[in-house]
Design a protein around this ligand. Structure first.
Ligand code: ADP
Ligand code: ARG
Length: 380
């Protein structure tokens, strides 16, 4: 039986997609990866839902258009036992070809979205539906709302060629140039960025970080930095990430707790792009993304928030957040630690609800956490 280190080595040493491996080699890596994962203490949804029965059903399947294999979907989770999810869709068809595995993971992550369920039609509502979460500016440092979009007729990262990356970047930046008023800005390609400027933008929470091992092991960082970049408006409140985890990430953010204003800016931004770009959308799963955790609305509405009383016990904070379907991340985003008592708290589920309902769930949850923080403070 192959060890995790060996499996990881085999996967990493060849930054190749599995279609260039012999089918028997793919099965061998899957079998050994499965054995090691099953025996591990991993808490990933991959470990929880990849049973022997499911593995046997889908281990030889490939997607019709891109020949993506199960290994292309799960190699990140096999390499990284500390994954929360552990699976990605290398191309849009993977969600149906490997539905025996994706469906239970999707149901688990998005809290009850079942095989027979259908994602509702887009309904953003209005920014004005969401009052400022912290008008006295006592708790919230900043608010951010993002969504992801994939361009129709393109696969996701692992199947993109260098030419595709350039083509996608070209199509997207052409449209970004047409944005006006508050949304107008400029595009900075990663390949032309000085390392100092890149680091500064990362530290300011504007730019995606580099070298994410979960993405790298999913073969999602090939040809880096080709085709990758960031669009920034003049006020640095509206951003578009190009070809990071998804083809497009549309982001609105600013200091303070005015969720309505932040959300409205994101809606206008994404709707402007939708006039000229065709997005990948599925009747059942909504907007299609590389990671199943982002399907549906693709919205993550977050605050950077200081909760000194609740945060004194991180496990309790997580428990309370969970009650409101919220997710706690560290200050520098996913897989990071909270620094200076600042947590990133956002909605967890994105699928099975409208955009309006997703943001409402986050608004209600954050308001409840602030109430609980005040109560905990007054009991001291
Ligand atoms: P994503 O939102 O795409 O899932 P991450 O969790 O990696 O990605 O976060 C990306 C960046 O956005 C990180 O620098 C993170 O600190 C920053 N960020 C997230 N929420 C906020 C917020 N409310 N205010 C400021 N920065 C934020
Ligand atoms: N694959 C990583 C994990 O399982 C990330 C999952 C969700 N986050 C994301 N950026 N898609 O932990």
């Amino acid at each position: 039986m192959m060890s995790l280190r060996l499996t990881r080595g085999i996967l990493k040493n060849n930054a190749i997609r599995s279609y260039s491996r012999a089918p028997c080699e793919i099965i061998e890596i899957l079998e050994s990866g499965f054995e090691t994962l099953s025996q591990s203490k991993s808490k990933s949804l991959l470990k929880k839902h990849l049973t022997r029965e499911i593995l046997d059903k889908i281990k030889t399947k490939v997607t019709p258009s891109y020949c993506s294999t199960l290994l292309d979907c799960i190699q990140s989770g096999l390499c990284n036992h500390d994954s929360g999810v552990g699976i990605y869709a290398p191309d849009p068809e993977a969600y149906s070809t490997f539905s025996e595995l994706f469906d239970p993971i999707i149901e688990d992550y998005h809290k009850g979205f079942k095989k027979a369920d259908k994602h509702p039609a887009t309904c953003f509502g209005y920014g004005s539906d969401f009052p400022n979460l912290d008008p006295e500016e006592r708790f919230i440092v900043s608010t951010r709302v993002r969504c992801g979009r994939s361009l129709k007729d393109f696969p996701f990262n692992p199947c993109l060629t260098k030419k595709d990356y350039r083509h996608l970047e070209c199509m997207i930046t052409k449209v970004l140039k047409t944005l006006c008023n508050d949304h107008a800005g400029k595009y900075l390609p990663l390949s032309c960025m000085e390392p100092e400027q890149q680091q500064k933008l990362i530290d300011e929470h504007l730019l995606f970080k580099e070298g994410d091992r979960f993405l790298q092991d999913a073969n999602a960082s090939r040809f880096w930095p080709t085709g990758r970049g960031i669009f920034i408006n003049k006020n640095r409140t509206f951003l578009v990430w190009v070809n990071e985890e998804d083809h497009i990430r549309v982001i609105s953010m600013e200091k303070g707790g005015d969720l309505g204003r932040v959300y409205e800016r994101m809606i206008i931004g994404v709707e402007s792009l939708a006039h000229s770009l065709k997005f990948s959308h599925d009747k059942r799963l909504g907007y299609l993304t590389f990671c199943p955790s982002n399907l549906g609305t693709t919205i993550r509405a977050s605050v950077h928030i200081k909760l000194p009383n609740l945060g004194a016990d991180r496990a309790k904070l997580e428990e309370l957040a969970n009650k409101y379907n919220l997710q706690v991340r560290g200050t520098a985003g996913e897989h990071s630690e909270a620094k200076g008592g600042v947590y990133d708290i956002s909605n967890k589920r994105r699928l099975g609800l409208t955009e309006y309902q997703v943001v409402l769930e986050m608004h209600k949850g954050i308001s409840a956490l602030i109430d609980a923080e005040c109560q905990a403070g007054s009991q001291k």
